[in-house]
Design a protein around this ligand. Structure first.
Ligand SMILES: [Zn+2]
Length: 89
């Protein structure tokens, strides 16, 4: 089942486990360590509301962590396929 970017973002905000596998606070996008790997622009974007485009910004932040850092190494790739499908539309 494919989830929308918004649904994924909502599910992951409600989780207490960061994508890297570490603990995070509910309603936060990432754990502190992942968060501080993000460039300033993306850190700020994590405080957007859904109507301001939070889900897209969150997806971008995940891409950043996956491509530019080793934080998400070992994370299953299918976590990201919904976002990729969304962009290719
Ligand atoms: Zn993390």
């Amino acid at each position: 089942m494919e989830r929308s970017l918004t649904q994924i973002a909502i599910d992951e905000l409600g989780s207490t486990v960061c994508l890297c596998g570490g603990p995070k606070e509910r309603k936060k996008s990432f754990c502190v360590r992942c968060y501080f790997e993000l460039p300033m622009e993306l850190r700020r974007a994590m405080f957007k509301t859904f109507s301001e485009g939070y889900a897209e910004a969150y997806d971008e932040a995940k891409d950043f962590l996956r491509i530019h850092t080793s934080r998400l190494k070992g994370v299953q790739k299918d976590l990201f396929t919904a976002g990729d499908a969304e962009r290719s539309k």
